[in-house]
Design a protein around this ligand. Structure first.
Ligand SMILES: *[C@@H]1O[C@H](CO)[C@@H](O)[C@H](O)[C@H]1NC(C)=O
Length: 283
């Protein structure tokens, strides 16, 4: 009785501490490039990145993390966004870096955005999966999240998992687990490849192009001076550390993959004539 009451109090405290941190961009990020094209607004509740013919813009988290659950609400560029790429990713520095990517490839008005995902370990990616969305991502804010714990990496949109990259070290597949990463987001011109493989160019008469951000929330182990905030803190790491896929999430993941996936490296036999990467076999 008493101990469960204490647990509830601790949960409430943890939740209110989290709520206090969530979404204040002044505390959480630095705008690192773009010469004024990235802006923090509304006392830190809103952030915008923009792109025009001379430059894009970008931000990075103040903290580095080693495992966590990262959520951001994003409203993508409305109208004709062809040629533009908005990114939201985690990355470690160096030449054998790890990286977990969301990239949003713009399109002509009325044509669907493509959500491009990738996972790099020790500098090697080649693990692309792409999706169309079941909603218009330019109308309103939607939540894009990356869960990264020792068991798996899970990409989700509005709580619906779209991709899982499992820790399959037992099969010899490298898994990012020892390099701390920062969160980054950028908006830039990629009209040499982004839209219909580079056929559709950016229409600069529509510039500036603007993407909006709200409610960044990192429930994460902050890495600083070689130590993790998680090893020392109480038990309150939250559910994300052990969060796995239950039946309902597996069903939703299948629904997305069957209806909205437009590219999967794991079924691209032409690209891997010597055989698909080891993590692709389900056996
Ligand atoms: C743009 O729209 C076309 C036509 O619907 C679609 O094939 C393509 O996947 C969309 N996205 C990009 C980034 O080209």
């Amino acid at each position: 009785m008493a101990s469960s009451a204490i647990r509830i109090i601790l949960l409430v405290l943890a939740a209110s501490a989290m709520a206090a941190f969530a979404g204040n961009f002044y505390q959480e990020v630095d705008i690192t490039w773009g010469d004024g094209r990235g802006k923090i607004l509304n006392n830190g509740d809103l952030l915008t990145l923009s792109l025009d013919k001379s430059s894009g813009s970008g931000l990075q988290s103040k903290n580095e993390y080693l495992f966590g659950k990262f959520e951001m609400q994003l409203k993508l560029i409305p109208g004709n966004s062809a040629g533009t790429v908005t990114t939201y990713y985690l990355k470690a520095p160096g030449t054998t870096w790890d990286e977990i990517d969301f990239e949003f490839l713009g399109n002509l008005s009325g044509d669907p955005y493509t959500v491009h995902t990738n996972v790099f370990t020790q500098g090697i990616g080649n693990r692309e999966q792409q999706f169309h969305l079941w909603f218009d991502p330019t109308n309103d804010f939607h939540t894009y999240s990356i869960l990264w714990n020792p068991q798996h990496i899970l990409f989700s949109i509005d709580g619906i998992p779209i991709r899982e990259f499992k820790n399959q070290e037992s099969k010899g597949v490298l898994f990012p687990k020892s390099q701390s990463m920062r969160m980054y987001s950028t908006l830039w011109n990629a009209d040499d490849w982004a839209t219909r493989g580079g056929l559709v160019k950016t229409d600069w008469s529509q510039a500036p192009f603007t993407a909006s951000y709200k409610s960044y929330n990192a429930e994460a182990c902050v890495w600083s001076s070689g130590a993790s905030s998680c090893s020392s803190s109480q038990s309150s790491n939250g559910g994300w550390v052990t969060q796995d896929m239950d039946w309902a999430s597996q069903g939703r993941l299948r629904w997305v993959q069957e209806n909205y996936m437009i590219y999967n490296y794991c079924t691209d036999f032409k690209r891997f004539p010597q055989g698909l990467p080891a993590e692709c076999s389900t056996a």
